[in-house]
Design a protein around this ligand. Sequence first.
Ligand code: ADP
Ligand code: MG
Length: 764
Amino acid sequence: VMASMAHLQEEKLRLQEELLGLQEKLTARENEELSRSLQLQDQVETLKAKLLEQAQEISRLRSELGGTDAEKQRDLLAAENERLRQEMKAREGELRELRRQQQAPCRGCAHRQENAELQERLSQLQREAEETRAKLAELDLEVQQKTNRLAEVELRLKDSLAERAEEEERLSRRLRDSQETIASLKSQPQQIKYIIKTVEVESAKAKQALCESQSRNQYLQEQVGMQRQVLKEMEQQLQSSQKTAAQLRAQIVMYEAELERAHGQMLEEMQAMEEEKNRAIEEAFSRAQVEMKAVHENLAGVRTNLLTLQPALRTLTHDYNCLKRQVRDFPLLLQEALRNARAEIGQAIEEVHSTNRELLRKYRRELQLRKKCHNELVRLKGNIRVFGRVRPITKEDGEGPEAASAVTFDADDDAVLHLLHKGKQVSFELDKVFPPQASQEEVFQEVQALVTSCIDGYNVCIFAYGQTGAGKTYTMEGTAANPGINQRALQLLFSEVRSKATDWDYAISVSAAEIYNEALRDLLGKEPQEKLEIKLCPDGSGQLYVPGLTEFLVQSVEDINKVFEFGHVNRVTECTNLNEHSSRSHALLIVTVRGLDRSTGLRTTGKLNLVDLAGSERVGRSGAEGSRLREAQHINKSLSALGDVIYALRSRQGHVPFRNSKLTYLLQDSLSGDSKTLMMVQVSPAEKNSSETLCSLKFAERVRSVELGPVSRKAELASWPSQEQLEGDSPGTAAPPSRGHASPSPGQLSGRAASIRRKLQTSG
Ligand code: ADP
Ligand code: MG
């Protein structure tokens, strides 16, 4: 602020100085202007006087001019012209001077344009004067020429006049002579006549001469007239030139007046300029004063501000110094802090790493443990588990007492099921019983563990057993809106595989096959009618394989859906009555899960066999013939073989008759060893199906009791009843030992086995 104040004061001083300089200049210019204007006025006065003089002279000359004295007049005019020309020149000089003066002071002033206009007019006037001058010179020349011609003409005129006078003189003399002769002759009449005659003749001649001279005289006179006319014209011309001279003079007067007016205007403008300048100066002065005052006030304000600001400034500078010190120290501090933080972070990371490692280790151990526990659980629950599922009453069951439900459940035990058969209630105990209202989801919840163990490399078989229409296909395949175990299992496999993707690489492939009348066919193959054979792996591993069985590598649920669709199409195209056919054949979906642990290189292979078995209903009994009978025999045979295999497995017999049917042979590696099997026994609750339901439940309980029974029971139940035997209706006809297995004595039966037998006998 102080600096700006000082600057402003300086500015003010400078302005004042400038103002003074300008004022001085102004007064000087004023004086100059005044003197110049006085001079100009004087000049104008003298010019006026001269003009007056000229006018007087002109008038005098005019009066002097007689009208005929052309020479004199011309001289006078020429002289006057000369004078006028000089005067003009002088004026022009003055004018130029004036203009220069005018131009100089008025630079940058508002009246410049007006001045320019005036100057232009002046120049125009000058141009006009120039033109008139040129005209004047022309006229002068003409006058000169005319006077010359006039002189010439006059000279000639004089000559001709003199000639004429001479002639006249001559002629009059002759006339006189002639008259004298005539008079003398008259006095001598005789002679006279002759003489007269001669005289007459002579006089004729004289007459002719006279005539000639007269004509000549006429001509001369004409010429004189002409000359006179010429003279008159010349006089007229002279007059016109005089007129133009007068006009020129008038113009000069006009120009002078204009000059004067311009001068007056200039003066006025100068005055106005002066006034304006004065006003501007005054305004500037007053403005400067006001500004000064404001600046003073500002200064006072700033001073007070400064006074108040000083302590603040002191504290600020102090703060600033402190901050500066801090900033100087900051990088060091920052580096220190960063080093510390880095060290801490590194330590923390290290700790986290170690805990992570520890956790991972623990997690792996836990996983192992879980798997072990799970296997232990499965082992405890039995590698063969039997579930029962009762489907709801459907429209197909019809109405009335026949469609009434023959199945009831135990509210406290979900493993128990009661069947009302021929007025008697028979109870069955399975591993779990699903009532009609159980959803697919619930069913799958129970199956889930089996499916996941497939990922760990176990072979799994899930069978759906039961009479046609009991819901086997519904449980395994389900509907599009409510898919069954097949789809859900694959979905689960995919999600499990994905969650393990960090450590494991998995490949899931799917095959679908059908066993009808002991013939194995590929449902996904190009030729579904082709019968496939089951063969031992040539590598000596004892593994079985089916050459030509199509295996689809699937990566997503969409892929599976496509595969299923394809399988269905194959099944449909080969058969007109799908349901009938499907109930006469076993449908297998074989899912193979191959895993590779990336870190250890461990390879696992698990197989999940999902089997929709053929209907277990007894057809052969009603005397079926032909193909129906053959079908029934095949079905009976394969289901019995399945029962035999399960029995042999659970009783740990040295020989397991896998080869007795295509189904067991195909599933050999999935039934033996550590494999896990689930038998889902489907039953219909309808009253009319009660006997078939009873058969199915008996089969289920038998499978279960084999597995859970004590070792001693092995011998007792060593003989697995065939399908026909399951149908045994009289309590007295116990199942005969048909397969040549060791037959235990009835006394060795355990309590549980005895109860089963009892049930069997009571149910017939
Ligand atoms: P199967 O395959 O044993 O011959 P299906 O699965 O074809 O029997 O079932 C016969 C009928 O009963 C089908 O219409 C099916 O939709 C219906 N069904 C079976 N189980 C259920 C269930 N749990 N809930 C609803 N409907 C069922
Ligand atoms: Mg079916």
